[in-house]
Design a binder for this molecule. Sequence first.
Ligand SMILES: [Fe+2]
Ligand SMILES: [Fe+2]
Length: 164
Amino acid sequence: MAADKDLNELFLDTLKDIYYAEKQILKTLPKMAKAAQSEKLQQAFQKHHDETEGQIERLEQIFELLGKPARGKKCDAIEGIIDEGKEIMDEYKGTSALDAGLLAAAQAVEHYEISRYGTLKSWATKMDLKQAIKLLDQTLAEEKKTDELLTKVAESEVNYEAAA
Ligand SMILES: [Fe+2]
Ligand SMILES: [Fe+2]
């Protein structure tokens, strides 16, 4: 077993993964907002776009706390989720199911982020990185809130319209 890789390294690697993912998400959210038909959904995407800028800054603060340069590492998982979202935008353009598809894609993104930030927070706790725990927790709360908001939008209008 290679003894030279430890939790510190895994933490840093995962931080790079989510940093890359957040930057991709930042680029994609305006496109999703533009594609969405429901005004509530457009607003939700715009709001989360602004939040994502703050989340990227928090990640940069964590890199700084670790004394490492803020650098992303290609995350295949988020690429795949975003690609699926793009497919939905193309294939369901102009249909009543478009927003339902966009919502589903956005929730897949949020769930990926919640999983990553949850893991990072628990590792930061193990490593006793108090400041990092605080920053990760703030973002985790935003991701969870976004997921809940998307569920509300889905239940209130989008899925009904898709079924009508
Ligand atoms: Fe995020
Ligand atoms: Fe998010």
